[in-house]
Design a binder for this molecule. Structure first.
Ligand SMILES: [Zn+2]
Length: 282
């Protein structure tokens, strides 16, 4: 049987769906500029490319800026884009496909795109989220909403890619620079971080005896311990679980779950498009 047809059937018959989304998913939805120098990257970061010679968003994020004004000029620009970016067709197709099923998403993406299609209580952002700021030294266990701060900073990025010195966000406790709450050397793994894992565990606990589909989308082989390996373990352990991995480059699964899983080594956007067409035909 055609793999897209099986995908559709497995979604239809599932009582609960656990989606795992990583970099390949955002990339399939049009946000490929984290690793690639594409048109969008040039449009959003043109002046940063000129000033620093950066080749993609990660280059810009990890650039060794000398000044806080420069560092935050970049962060404000990246953050503003991410906080206002819309979820495109891949996410809307995904939302249509799962319909009103019991759905939970776990993601290493920090771009908040899942929050455009699911409420926050149905999402675990286990590598952080641009919607929050933390102390750059993680000196205390509190996150601060980033939206207003970042929008204001963005309006003040000057022609030299800097923000005014007195606008650099500072920790209210220790006075050092704040930073976005995303995986880094000082990533705050406090209350909110634990909550993100608790939500996921609760979902599994509540659905462990049901027909549960683990749907993995665009998880690479760099950090399998966050989504992929837990998905494999759950599929093996839970009696009625099934695993589907859609990934054009890295689709794989262990022998142990071969009879409870399927790999689709194709472009995520194309597969979901095809699934929607098939669903509408039925
Ligand atoms: Zn602090």
């Amino acid at each position: 049987m055609n793999s897209v047809k099986i995908l559709l059937e497995k979604i239809e018959e599932a009582d609960a769906i656990c989606i795992g989304g990583a970099a390949g998913l955002s990339s399939a939805d049009g946000y490929d500029f984290y690793y690639n120098n594409d048109d969008l990257f040039n449009e959003v970061f043109g002046s940063f490319i000129e000033k620093y010679g950066i080749q993609n968003v990660f280059d810009g994020f990890y650039y060794p800026y000398t000044l806080g004004e420069e560092h935050w000029g970049f962060l404000a620009t990246e953050g503003h884009f991410i906080l206002h970016a819309q979820a495109n067709k891949v996410y809307t197709n995904l939302s249509k496909l799962v319909g009103d099923k019991e759905v939970f998403a776990v993601t290493t993406n920090q771009d908040g795109l899942f929050s455009r299609i699911l409420p926050d209580e149905k999402i675990s952002t286990i590598q952080g989220d641009w919607r929050y700021l933390q102390c750059g030294l993680a000196c205390h266990d509190k996150l601060y909403s980033s939206h207003e701060v970042i929008d204001k900073l963005y309006e003040n990025v000057d022609d030299n890619c800097c923000i005014p010195s007195d606008m650099i966000p500072k920790c209210p406790k220790c006075g050092c620079e704040m930073e976005p709450w995303i995986r880094s050397f000082s990533f705050l793994q406090g209350t909110k971080y634990k909550e993100e894992y608790n939500k996921w565990e609760t979902f599994i606990e509540e659905n462990k005896n049901k027909k549960i589909l683990f749907l993995e989308l665009g998880v690479g082989r760099m950090t399998p311990m966050f989504i992929q390996e837990p998905f494999w373990d759950y599929t093996e352990k839970l009696p009625r679980a099934y695993y589907i991995n859609i990934n054009p480059n890295d689709a794989k699964m262990p022998e142990t779950i071969k009879n409870k899983g399927m790999l689709i080594s194709k472009d995520i956007a194309q597969v979901l498009d095809e699934a929607i067409r098939l669903k509408e035909d039925i």
